[in-house]
Write a protein that binds this ligand. Sequence first.
Ligand SMILES: [Zn+2]
Length: 138
Amino acid sequence: MNENCATCHHDYEVTPQNGGIVLFLDYERANHVLASCPNCKAVEVIYLRSAAVVELLSRAQFPLVVQDKPTAERREAADSCWGRFESVHAQDERRKAWDELPEAPREWVRQLHDDLRSWGRTPRQGRRTVGQTAHGAG
Ligand SMILES: [Zn+2]
């Protein structure tokens, strides 16, 4: 698992040598990895979904602490972290949804401009044509 240190922004891999897993059986949102940045030694708490915990444990023998419930502080910290994550994630999703559209609206706007331009020309051209036809016939 790769991590970017929040303190010094150094990228590092979380390994059993610098990280350990703390699991709460009654509150999985508080499950986390405690990792210490090899660059600045800051200790980080990285909250993980169960699937990510299982994946980490299947890859290496991380030191593991299992508890039933987190403390109130831990629970609050976990909730606020997931809350931030979920709101950022929701923004990303909205941005992505918007990014998937760009060609369509831009094309549509360009087409609209073309339509407006030709609509602006068409009546005059139309009148001239009608006039010429009328002259020709008369
Ligand atoms: Zn660091």
